[in-house]
Write a protein that binds this ligand. Structure first.
Ligand SMILES: [Zn+2]
Length: 431
C-alpha cells in the first residue's frame, strides 16, 4: 500500500516526528530499572503520551541533573526538558519499580514475588515535543538479565524489540516459565497464595467455557498474568485489567489475601474475562462512553455468577449498590459525561444499571435477542470498520428495544443539559 505521507516534507509530518523517539527499557543487574529515550535530531522537550497523574515527577529520576521532569497543571501533561532549555538527543531516567495504582490507567509495574515484573509499555510512550493523536507507532526495546521476556505471546531471552501501538501491552520480564494449557498461556506468581491459585485454576476455565458458549470461542489463546507483592506501608488491594489478548491481575499487601472473598474473586475474574470476549468492541473510543464496556462487563459478571455459582442474590445486591452510587454521583449534574469525568467509577455503577435495563428490555421484547447477541452483533460491526462507540451499539439494539428507552439513552449520551437522575430513573424503571 502506498503512503501519501511520502509526499509530505518530513518536518511537516507529525507521524514521522513522533516516531523518531526510541525507547529503551533496561532492568539492570541488582534489579534497578531505567528508561532511555533517544532521538536522531535534537529535541527540546519530550512529552508522555499517557498522563493519568503527576507520579512520574515523584517516581522517576533523570540520571543527569541537567534534566527535569515537570507536570503541567494546565494541560495535565508530564514532560522532560533540560534546565537550560537547550536541545538534547538522549535522556536516561531511573525508575521506581514498585507497584502503584494509577487513576484510570494500567499500573506501570506489577512485581512478581520472584523478582519478575510485568510492565505496561504504554506508560513509557513519549513524543518529541508533544504527542499528536495520529501518532500510533512506538519503537520499543527491552534489555534484561532475565531468562524470559514475553511480548505479544512470544518468549524472548535477555532482549527484545518491537513496534508498539494503541494502548500498549503488558510485557513480562523474569525467570518464570510460562505454562500453556487449553485456555491460557499463563504466568502465575509462584508465591501467589494457594487460595488464589485454586480460584485461578477452578474459576477461570469455567468462565472461559461459559463465555465461549454464549459468545463464541476466541480465535487465539489469551495470556494470563497473575502476580502478588508484599507491601511495607500496609497498603493492600487488587487490580485487574485486560488489554487485547491479555488478562492480568495483581494482588498487593497481606490483607488482600486475608480478606479474600470467593464471591468477589469470582466476580472480579468474570468481569475481566467478559472484556476478553467483548473482543475489538471493548476498545471503546471515547472515555466518556466507557459505561458501555464496563457496564456490560459488570452485567455479564452478574449473569456468570448467577449461573455458575447459583448466586443470584449477589447480582441483585450489586445492582442495588450500583443504583445508589450512580444516583449519588449524578446529583446536581446536568451531563453524564461531565459527572463521569469527575468520578470515572460511575461508568461501572451507572453502566451496570443501564445494561441491566437494556437487557431486560431486549429479552422482554424478543425471544432470541439478548445482551450477548447484541454485543456480538455490535462487535461484528466494529470489526468491519464501524466506530466502537455508543452510537454504533444503539443502532444495533434500536430495532429490539422500546423507543422510549432508546430516546433516554440518546439523551444521556448526548450533549444537551438534562436532569441526569430523572433520565436514569426512567431507564432503570425500564420505560
Ligand atoms: Zn473493566
Amino acid at each position: 500500500m502506498f503512503k501519501i505521507v511520502l509526499f509530505i516534507p518530513i518536518f511537516f509530518s507529525p507521524l514521522l516526528m513522533g516516531a523518531d523517539v526510541t525507547t529503551l527499557l533496561e532492568k539492570h543487574k541488582g534489579g534497578a530499572w531505567s528508561v532511555t529515550y533517544s532521538t536522531v535530531e535534537p529535541i527540546k522537550k519530550l512529552t508522555f503520551k499517557r498522563n493519568p497523574d503527576n507520579s512520574r515527577v515523584k517516581r522517576w529520576q533523570p540520571q543527569n541533573s541537567e534534566f527535569v521532569i515537570k507536570y503541567d497543571e494546565d494541560n495535565g501533561l508530564e514532560s522532560v526538558t533540560k534546565l537550560d532549555g537547550k536541545g538534547f538527543t538522549e535522556v536516561k531516567i531511573w525508575l521506581t519499580s514498585t507497584y502503584t495504582p494509577l487513576p484510570k490507567e494500567y499500573a506501570s509495574f506489577s512485581p512478581f514475588s520472584d523478582n519478575g515484573f510485568l510492565f505496561h509499555s504504554g506508560r513509557f510512550f513519549a513524543c518529541a515535543d508533544i504527542c499528536v493523536p495520529e501518532l500510533n507507532k512506538w519503537p520499543f526495546e527491552v534489555k534484561a538479565q532475565d531468562k524470559n521476556i514475553i511480548v505479544g505471546g512470544e518468549v524472548y531471552s535477555r532482549e527484545a524489540n518491537w513496534i508498539d501501538k494503541d494502548s500498549g501491552q503488558k510485557v513480562y520480564i523474569g525467570n518464570g516459565i510460562p505454562i500453556k494449557d487449553t485456555h491460557f498461556v499463563s504466568l502465575i506468581d509462584t508465591k501467589l497464595p494457594k487460595e488464589l491459585k485454586k480460584h485461578i485454576s477452578n474459576d477461570l476455565p469455567k468462565l472461559m467455557n461459559f463465555f465461549t458458549n454464549k459468545m463464541g470461542a476466541l480465535n487465539y489463546r489469551p495470556a494470563l498474568f497473575a502476580s502478588y507483592s508484599e507491601t511495607i506501608n500496609g497498603s493492600y488491594g487488587n487490580q485487574g485489567g485486560t488489554l487485547p489478548g491479555q488478562i492480568f491481575m495483581h494482588w498487593y499487601g497481606k490483607k488482600s489475601i486475608e480478606q479474600l472473598n470467593s464471591d468477589s474473586v469470582f466476580w472480579f475474574f468474570a468481569h475481566e474475562v467478559a472484556h476478553l470476549y467483548q473482543r475489538k468492541a471493548s476498545e471503546i473510543e471515547s472515555q466518556s462512553e466507557a459505561w458501555l464496556h464496563e457496564g456490560v462487563a459488570e452485567y455479564l459478571a452478574g449473569i456468570a455468577t448467577s449461573d455458575l455459582r447459583n448466586n443470584k442474590s449477589l447480582f441483585v445486591k450489586k445492582v442495588n449498590i450500583a443504583k445508589k452510587r450512580c444516583f449519588n454521583g449524578l446529583e446536581n449534574k446536568s451531563s453524564y459525561s461531565e459527572a463521569a469525568k469527575l468520578n470515572p467509577k460511575l461508568h461501572y455503577s451507572c453502566g451496570l444499571l443501564l445494561i441491566n435495563a437494556i437487557d431486560r428490555n431486549l429479552t422482554a421484547n424478543n425471544e432470541n435477542f439478548d445482551i450477548f447477541r447484541a454485543w456480538n452483533k455490535f462487535n461484528t460491526q466494529v470489526e468491519s470498520g464501524e466506530a466502537a462507540a455508543v452510537r454504533t451499539f444503539l443502532n444495533v439494539i434500536k430495532p429490539y428495544i422500546s423507543d422510549e428507552l432508546s430516546r433516554s439513552i440518546n439523551l444521556l449520551s448526548g450533549t444537551d443539559e438534562i436532569d441526569t437522575i430523572e433520565v436514569l430513573k426512567k431507564i432503570a424503571a425500564n420505560k
